[in-house]
Design a protein around this ligand. Sequence first.
Ligand SMILES: O=P(O)(O)O[C@@H]1C[C@H](O)[C@@H](CO)O1
Ligand SMILES: [Mn+2]
Ligand SMILES: [Mn+2]
Length: 403
Amino acid sequence: MPRAFLVVMDSVGIGGAPDAASFFNDGVPDTGANTLGHIARACAAGEAEEGRSGPLRLPTLSALGLGRATALASGLEPPGLDAAPTGFWAAATETSPGKDTPSGHWELAGLPVPWDWHYFPDKQNSFPQEVIDAAIAAAGADGILGNCHASGTVIVDELGPEHLRTGRPICYTSADSVFQIAAHEAAFGLERLYDMCRALAPMLHAMKVGRVIARPFLGDETNGFARTGNRKDFAIEPPAPLLTNWVQEAGAHVYAIGKIGDIFSMTGIDELRKGSDEVLMGHLHDLVEEAEDGSLTFANFVEFDSLYGHRRDISGYARALEWFDGEIGRLLPKLRDGDMLLLTADHGNDPSWTGTDHTRERVPVLIAGRGVGSAGQVMFADVAASVAAHLGVPAQGPGRSFL
Ligand SMILES: O=P(O)(O)O[C@@H]1C[C@H](O)[C@@H](CO)O1
Ligand SMILES: [Mn+2]
Ligand SMILES: [Mn+2]
């Protein structure tokens, strides 16, 4: 029986979004942003030499069509990715009005977001008083810190000492529909932070804020602060069935790896495996060996985005891509007849771009196990329809299979 492995390389965009001009970073339109293309160009120019050197080397992803998909999406031919494809590839365009992770994942799963998210556009004094009052009450503190747009690593460095002195949680947002709360795991308490997020989530979700995100950290003023792996996203539940529900309702097993559990609020998911991207890759290798016939494995590798994209770290992003390429190269020979591995992304996060937010881009669709060819330009929701077609389960919504 067929099996499907749907793997999201979080934020690995390939440029060319037709509506990029309607999205911004620090007031600059996302027009021309190209995560993969600009990383490849920087590497070829010798401008991404920290912990690695020279042109971007992605032999496996290139052979699956990554260079072709980038050229089709954006017109930019990424240097060094011109291998003749041995897989099935496409470039996918998003319709949902957000360039955030839930929007991208829900639409890839067949459900374009049916509403406009609520954002906090003001860079300073970002939150309305009723949200601030609710946060103070939920924290049991005498105030909050931040109340602004910020990079999460920068704001923790800046306000960590005051947080330790006052016990006030650090609340901040971004271009996404998020309310983020950074707090010290020991001094403030990890479970207390989760309880605060849980208490606030219903109010923020009712406002159509997509996620309340717990951002725990450790450290002190002398040694500096560092975020831990205990991040937890409290996301709005998807408002209608999507790919995980379709597969589960057809009686097949659904495995989730990484943030997929949070992004979908566990809807349609039988079991979840979490950890760092290195740990997650081990789980993916294990599931290629042991996943049940007919099953869907849905994975998200977040560190491209969280450790490098938002930090505008081109070398780090290139290192992560090269690591990932090597792992997928080791994975392909383990696939069985009837397996389909589909690699894609949920939005861009161009590390050469201004600001620290996502960038509106098309994404690659790279498929092993379904022969050689191309579907050209497709839509995000077509990914779900194609995975459903491969598994032989009924699909819903606007997507159409390109297989
Ligand atoms: O705390 P950081 O700067 O990593 O926050 C990023 C910005 C996005 O809105 C959030 C969720 O993806 O992560
Ligand atoms: Mn994402
Ligand atoms: Mn992000």
